[in-house]
Design a protein around this ligand. Structure first.
Ligand code: F42
Length: 327
């Protein structure tokens, strides 16, 4: 099992680079940088990380094919791969409907569009002169002018259709989930896709809300706002799976509607923290990670907030999990 970390470029690039170096020193294997139009540009951030690290794999986690044409994504990730001497990876998903709607982009057939985009990217990376007559993309002999190699592609997926597609077209899947019960549902769907194309090697990534501190209470407290947002956006079927009372969910949604973050934090229950995050003391986090490993997860990505203090939390993960447990 390997460990990755997610960075949101809502902070200065210099800070992300410093945290990236710290993550590399502490034994993390992957850095995933999120892609949203309102943050610093993902490829500018990745280029700086590439220039300042030596070993860790880096890539967008995740970009989409609505805002960025697949040919531009192919070139950008190949450039990051060259700059980092072969450490590039591509994380690509269908896109975030709420963000895209702010740009006036219609979220039509996201799964089909993603599949077409990945086909085109693969063709370009293979050095082909790509001809593609798709529903969304019409490519007439596009070809890269520089050589690149086979870069691993990870698909951001949650829904049943997308999970199966991930198994068919990806080298791995980035699933926004934290609890073994969710992976018991998701992994068989990825496997269906893998079976269809005869793939065996596949990285199942838990892209989680993560918060660690030596003091359990401090770690849990730091996770509450992120968990509150996840609860507010989750469908009822997920609450049933985790025995979460819909009345408690209502309190969260009402608090969020009033931007009342104090009440929001107080309304996040222990059941919600367990369903939607890995959080607590190193021992508590290790217990959950071991359960995830048993159901088939092969990479943990420590996503926001990582902990009450990013620097301390990266060191705790390194010292108490990666070096001690040898994950
Ligand atoms: N989104 C971002 O914009 N930026 C990020 O940095 C980001 C990071 C990220 C990391 C991990 C991760 O898992 C997701 C992340 N996302 C990020 C969100 C990501 O872009 C998606 O919004 C998210 O993964 C939700 O995807 P989903 O798997 O739920 O797929 C959606 C599109 C969905 O509705 N899927 C359904 C399904 O069952 O999979 C239905 C899909 C379907 O079949 N639709 C048909 C089609 O062709 O698209 C059309 C059907 C019809 O009749 O129209």
């Amino acid at each position: 099992m390997s460990f990755g970390i997610e960075f949101l470029p809502n902070m200065e690039v210099e800070k992300i680079v410093n945290y990236s170096c710290l993550a590399e020193e502490n034994g993390f294997e992957n850095i995933w940088v999120t892609d949203h139009y309102n943050n610093r540009n993902v490829y500018a951030v990745l280029a700086m990380i590439a220039a300042n690290t030596n070993r860790i794999k880096i890539g967008p986690g995740v970009t989409n094919s609505y805002q960025i044409h697949p040919a531009v994504t192919a070139s950008a990730v190949a450039t990051i791969n060259e700059l980092s001497k072969g450490r590039g990876v591509l994380g690509i998903g269908p896109g975030d409907k709420t963000t895209l709607s702010k740009l006036g982009i219609k979220f039509e057939k996201p799964a089909k569009r993603l599949k077409e985009a990945v086909d085109i990217i693969k063709g370009l990376w293979a050095g082909e002169s790509v001809k593609y007559d798709g529903e969304f993309f019409d490519i007439n002999g596009a070809k890269m002018d520089f050589k690149t190699e086979d870069i691993p592609i990870y698909i951001g997926a949650q829904g049943p259709v997308m999970l199966k597609i991930a198994g068919m077209i990806g080298d791995g899947v980035l699933i926004n989930a934290s609890n073994p019960k969710d992976f018991e549902v998701s992994i068989p769907l990825c496997k269906e896709g893998m079976k269809e194309v005869g793939r065996e090697d596949f990285d199942i990534v838990a892209y989680t809300c993560f918060s660690i501190d030596k003091e359990s209470k401090k770690a849990k407290n730091a996770a509450k706002i992120v968990v509150g947002f996840i609860v507010a956006g989750s469908p009822d079927i997920v609450f049933e799976r985790h025995n979460i009372d819909l009345e408690d969910v209502k309190k969260i949604r009402e608090a969020l509607g009033r931007f009342d973050f104090g009440t929001l934090k107080k309304s996040v229950t222990d059941e919600m923290l367990d369903a939607f995050s890995i959080c607590g003391s190193p021992e508590e986090c290790i217990e959950k990670i071991e359960k995830l490993y048993k159901v088939g997860v092969t990479q943990i990505v420590a996503g926001s907030p990582v902990g009450p203090n990013m620097e301390t939390s990266i060191k705790i993960i390194g010292e108490e999990i990666l070096q001690t447990k040898g994950l």
